[in-house]
Design a protein around this ligand. Structure first.
Ligand code: HEM
Length: 418
């Protein structure tokens, strides 16, 4: 039966993946007219799949598990070794419930309020600067927000260095060579820093507010009653700090969208309301960030005449699903109004994973992401005026993973709107 499913006949597709980046899975699914195909990546057989139905299968906990799915090179840079992303069953569920509690509507509101304060303050500083690289500034500000919200002490002059380390970890996920090693060194530094902070809290040398992310991870116990060792607690605490800094990528894409679609800027100015939400969602759908996500087959099953065998590695195409013409009208056009009648389908719009975040691995940080994006959108539309100098490269690569506007989005002549 598997003979009917397309197989990419190359000896190994790893090079093609490096060359085609975000479009690797989508290109082949289009070529074969199929939702899935078999390939070889880094010497192993992999099934790649795309679309809503594929996402529904992928987030079925009876069919898939994460054990053994994330390569060590991704764990040593992006996730942290043995982090929540690699866990299944009760251990995953226990840790995930803590992430969900920290990122509850109240938690989101706290982060949003801090973002409003910090970005407003930043605008005052930007007025005195010749130019601002939005990506770098946003990462630095987000690092301050993340640490303050989580309860992690951070001196003003440490924000830049730590934001660079968090960015380097994210930047390493699709990389080989120097970019990968930079991410590994950055993670080693961050884990050393945060492990020490956890140890100080446990030793009573540093006060941590009950309910804060720092306190919660310092005292967390696994379902068997055992505390996490200090390094593991640090890895999970970093799992809220690093992704808050990652929002800088969507902020620079938001600025690019405003630049490329002045009509949207006008609508944000005049309509506000729901349009702010639609705009943020369209940025998350349209621009590339997470390319795909991997899991292993837990129990053998059949889908679309393909026999998924226990242990097999499967990749789900997030970028391609967000650009699937069967799900989105004119998917390659930027059109926020498409979210007017959005039905909340958990498997169709998957920029941060699919399914119910409380039951599976979908990102628990979507609320924070969208709220922080909206704060920055408002600042760019109503809070400041600025020029976008022409001598910069605003293009972004679909091959480099992760990607962002090459120049980081440079703004000049910034003035606050009084
Ligand atoms: C998981 C993307 C922001 C915390 C994920 C996943 C993706 C993702 C693709 C994996 C889904 C899966 O494995 O099926 C993003 C993007 C973000 C973002 C593009 C934008 C910047 C955040 C924020 C937080 C966060 C702001 C927390 C403050 C997490 C955690 C997980 C996760 C803890 C692991 C969930 C699990 O394994 O159950 N994210 N995320 N993320 N994200 Fe995010």
């Amino acid at each position: 039966m598997n003979s009917e499913v397309p197989k990419d006949h190359s000896l190994d597709n790893s090079l093609a993946l490096m060359q085609e980046g975000y479009e690797f899975i989508g290109n082949r699914c289009k070529k074969y007219g199929a939702d899935l195909f078999e390939a070889r990546l880094l010497g192993q057989k992999v099934v790649c799949m795309t679309g809503e139905e594929a996402a529904r299968i992928f987030y079925d906990n009876e069919k898939f598990q994460r054990k053994g799915a994330a390569p060590k090179r991704v764990q040593k840079t992006l996730f942290g070794v043995n982090a929540v992303q690699t866990k299944d069953g009760a251990v995953h569920q226990g840790r995930k419930m803590l992430f969900m509690a920290l990122l509850s509507p109240d938690g989101v509101d706290e982060v949003r309020k801090q973002a409003e304060t910090y970005f407003r303050e930043a605008a005052t500083r930007w007025e005195t600067m010749d130019k601002v690289v939005l990506f770098e500034e946003a990462a630095k500000i987000l690092c301050k927000i993340a640490c303050e919200w989580a309860g992690v002490p951070l001196k003003d002059d440490e924000a830049k260095k730590n934001a660079e380390d968090f960015t380097a970890m994210i930047d390493a996920f699709g990389a080989v060579g120097p970019r990968h090693w930079k991410g590994r060194r950055a993670r080693a530094r961050a884990e050393e820093w945060i492990t020490e902070v956890i140890e100080k809290v446990r030793a009573g040398e540093l006060a941590a507010r009950e309910g804060s992310a720092l306190h919660s991870w310092a005292v967390y116990r696994e379902p068997d009653g055992e505390p996490l060792d200090a390094k593991m607690a640090a890895v999970e605490l970093i799992n809220v700090l690093r992704p808050i800094v990652a929002i800088a990528t969507f902020i620079s894409f938001s600025a690019l969208a405003l630049h490329e679609h002045p009509e949207c800027k006008e609508k944000l100015r005049t309509e506000g309301g729901e349009y702010r939400e639609w705009f943020a969602e369209e940025v998350r759908r349209f621009y590339p960030f997470g390319p795909f996500v991997g899991a292993r087959v837990k129990n053998t099953f059949t889908w679309q005449n393909y026999n998924f065998e226990e242990g097999q590695l499967v990749l789900l195409d997030m970028y391609g699903t967000n650009h699937d013409y069967r799900l989105w009208e004119f998917p390659d056009q930027f059109h926020p109004e498409r979210f007017r009648d959005w039905d909340g389908n958990l498997f169709k719009f998957i920029p941060q994973g699919g399914g119910d975040p409380a039951k599976g691995h979908r990102c628990p940080g979507e609320g924070v992401t969208v709220e922080v994006m909206k704060v920055c959108q408002d600042l760019l539309v109503n809070g400041i005026t600025y020029d976008v100098p022409e001598d910069q490269d605003l293009s972004y690569s679909l091959v480099r993973m992760p990607t962002r506007p090459e120049s980081g989005f440079i703004m000049a002549n910034i003035k606050r709107v009084k």
